[in-house]
Design a protein around this ligand. Structure first.
Ligand code: SF4
Ligand code: SF4
Length: 697
């Protein structure tokens, strides 16, 4: 006798017919729901799928989704829970499909007694279904306990959150009870050992004393309840809030924006004005197809909110709320079923004005999202609309726009003073190099902050001393350098940014050099990623990378092994936006410092609060992002080897971070100092006096 079992056992042929009719209806509703979702997404603006579709991209995305690796990062239990849920759900779904093929194709259509569902395959199938069913139940219990018992701050604990896990739990548990009733009722006829279905076998032991007729009755009753719950859920799946992520999250990973991170798309500003088109995100209808897919895919896990420095500092900005509130506005204005309403502005509805300007563009939310949802791009597009279409933005921005436009720098300093930082140093300009008929390896892009801010001038001076000591060939633009427009673009003034970019490219393209060297990660990001669309494609190096190279080539020999109590603050535009985490650490190691890492470091680093134009805005004392970061650094340093008593160093490698840290340190009782890695290296090789360089604050 074959090792297998009867499908649709205990269900009459009329019952079978009713079940198939219900199934077709549920599948039709499911397909229609998916169709409406796709239709709504396709209504969005075209999304430039940057690198084209390829098999390797498909494999990579499938690997990302199936491995759960973006959920695991730092959240092992959550990752395991999700893996149990996902694998349980997928394997049970595949099992259902296998049964359908066996029954409908082989047994019904081809009229065979069996297709492939017997013998060892059957036994393996039964075992796998039960094991993954148990994993699903375990994952669901962990999820429910975590949300409703442990109540982590990033999760909603409203009753509606129980619906989906409750539905799945009901399906999985009733499945095991049905299996147990069947095994108990057919115990004498079974052609295999019931323990191949461990979950069902366990349940069957509870029913051992019940008469067979009763078991059959209970089985039939529960089978129908189970079928109805499954089919109602199937039809509801494509339209259920949050649950729909089961269908869309994989596509969101597949259609991840692959263009280099940290860049913004170029807008045809003048063309849009001429055509009287809107710029940026004013209404829901301005969202791209990828934006709409983002909104549909959010699992409400709150990871983005957990990492948001503005939210953590007590501001109302929450990247999760931005996504969910946009989603809510989308549903009201463009319901899946029914007529569309006239769109309201996004700012003032889905996005609060104060939230729009609270964002530091740090990218922590994008980095944290397990399925690559990008709240930041929505904020930046809304800013573009506010600045260019509505002419609405915080007043301090008007002053810096004017200063950049007229004088090429936000400090409103006269361009002729651009070389004052270099007084007494051997620094040539590109004009001088060109007139001498020479070329240089590096065009040193000083950046406005290191040019005009007295504290940050020290960074540029230290770097020049290092380069001269190591005979690095470089020159600067001097009076010809202008703001790269990084923060101008992130505030939303695309028009002014494009003017700056065109001017800078025109200047840069006059000269011969191999690479651009920048002390400011914002300048680096803008020159390397955003100026290429204006005719300037450059290789841009951050000074931490240059110093690391000089160390590796043994052109830097630290005489003073400093062994200082030191921690490193990863600037967002160096780390998250450009993936440079190791170079500054290697440099610090080379000069004898073991870095004590902050709790939030590398890709999880907390922002200093300066990015996205925040540098120019006043902060309420209780909501200072820089204060929180410095507090974290001070706590870290107090745990480090304190050879310097209350002292220590917060190392950084961005002039904007320097300003924010100095500002926060100034209000604290501490001997801890903030140093750029260039300054620390200059001290270590005897080019700067440590005491003297620490008196800057
Ligand atoms: S970019 Fe940073 S500040 Fe802005 S919403 Fe995301 S996490 Fe918050
Ligand atoms: S945007 Fe991403 S990280 Fe934020 S709640 Fe949604 S799924 Fe989670």
């Amino acid at each position: 006798m074959d090792v297998t079992r009867e499908l649709f056992w205990n269900i009459s042929s009329d019952g079978e017919f009713v079940f198939y009719a219900m199934s077709f209806l549920a599948i039709a509703v499911f397909v229609y729901g998916v169709f409406r979702q796709i239709k709504r997404i396709k209504r969005g603006k075209n999304f430039e799928f940057s690198k084209g579709f390829s098999l390797s991209l498909l494999i990579k995305s499938a690997r990302t989704v199936s491995s759960n690796r973006r959920i695991y990062r730092g959240h092992v239990m959550t990752g395991l829970m999700h893996l149990m849920l996902m694998s349980g759900f997928i394997i049970l779904f595949i099992g259902t499909c296998i049964v359908l093929v066996e029954y409908d194709l082989f047994q019904k259509i081809l009229g065979k007694e069996h297709g492939f569902w017997f013998g060892k395959f059957f036994l393996g199938f039964e075992l796998a279904m039960d094991v993954f069913g148990c994993l699903l139940i375990l994952g669901l219990l962990i999820a429910i306990t975590r949300r409703f018992v442990f109540r982590p701050s990033q999760l909603n604990i409203e009753a509606r959150e129980f619906l989906f896990p409750g539905w799945l739990l009901l399906i999985a548990l009733s499945g095991f009870v049905i299996e147990g009733l069947r095994l108990a009722a057919t115990a004498t006829e079974l052609t295999y050992n019931a323990q191949w279905s461990p979950g069902g076998y366990l349940a069957s032991t509870l029913f051992a004393t019940i008469p067979v007729e009763d078991l059959e009755l209970y089985h039939r009753l529960l089978w129908w309840i189970h079928a109805v719950i499954v089919l109602i859920g199937l039809g509801y799946l494509p339209i259920a809030p949050k649950v729909v992520h089961m269908l869309s999250a994989g596509f969101n990973v597949l259609f991840k924006d692959l263009r280099s991170e940290g860049r913004l798309t170029k807008l045809d500003v003048e063309g849009a004005f001429e055509r009287e088109e809107s710029l940026g995100l004013e209404r829901i209808s301005d969202l791209s197809q990828k934006d709409l897919l983002d909104l549909q895919s959010c699992t409400e896990c709150g990871q983005c909110e957990l990492g948001c420095p503005a939210h953590n500092a007590g501001k109302s900005l929450s990247p999760r709320s931005i996504i969910l509130d946009l989603q809510a506005q989308l549903k009201v204005e463009q319901p899946l079923f029914g007529t569309h309403k006239e769109g309201k502005p996004v700012v003032g509805n889905a996005m609060l004005t104060e939230d729009l300007w609270a964002c530091t563009t740090c990218k922590a939310c994008v980095e944290a999202c397990p399925i690559y949802i990008d709240p930041l791009s929505k904020i930046l597009e809304a800013r573009r609309s506010e600045v260019m279409m509505q002419d609405r933005f915080p007043q301090p921005f008007a002053d810096v726009f004017s200063a950049v436009e007229k004088r090429g720098n936000p400090w409103n300093e006269h361009p002729t003073s651009r070389m004052e930082w270099a007084k007494g140093l051997d620094v040539r300009t590109m004009v001088e190099v060109q007139e001498a008929g020479e070329e240089v390896d590096y065009l040193f892009w000083v950046g406005c902050s290191a040019t005009f801010d007295p504290r940050n001038q020290k960074i540029a001076r230290s770097l020049v001393k290092i380069m001269n000591a190591c005979s690095v060939s470089f020159a600067v633009l001097g009076e010809e350098e202008r703001c790269t427009g990084d923060f101008v673009r992130r505030i939303g003034n695309e028009y002014l940014f494009q003017m700056e970019a065109e001017r800078n490219v025109k200047t840069l393209n006059k000269y011969a050099f191999k690479e651009i060297l920048a002390v400011c990660p914002h300048c680096m990001n803008s020159l390397s990623k955003e100026h290429s669309e204006f005719g300037g494609t450059y290789k841009v190096l951050h000074h931490s990378e240059l110093i690391e190279m000089l160390v590796k080539e043994k052109r830097i020999n630290p005489q003073k092994i400093t062994e200082r109590n030191i921690t490193f603050h990863d600037p967002c535009y160096l780390g998250r936006h450009n993936g440079i985490y190791d170079a500054p650490r290697q440099v610090l190691k080379a000069i004898g410092n073991a870095v004590t890492e902050m709790r939030n470091s590398r890709s999880k680093s907390s922002c200093c609060g300066a990015g996205g134009g925040r540098m120019w805005l006043e902060e309420k004392p209780a909501e200072r992002v820089n204060d929180r970061r410095v507090e974290e650094a001070l706590q870290t340093l107090s745990c480090g080897a304190t050879s310097e008593g209350r002292g220590g160093v917060i190392a950084s490698s961005c002039p904007f971070c320097m300003t924010m840290m100095e500002d926060a340190l100034g209000s604290k009782e501490t001997d801890v100092v903030n140093k750029d890695i260039a300054e620390l290296v200059a001290e270590a090789i005897g080019l700067e006096d440590r005491k003297g360089s620490e008196s800057g604050r």
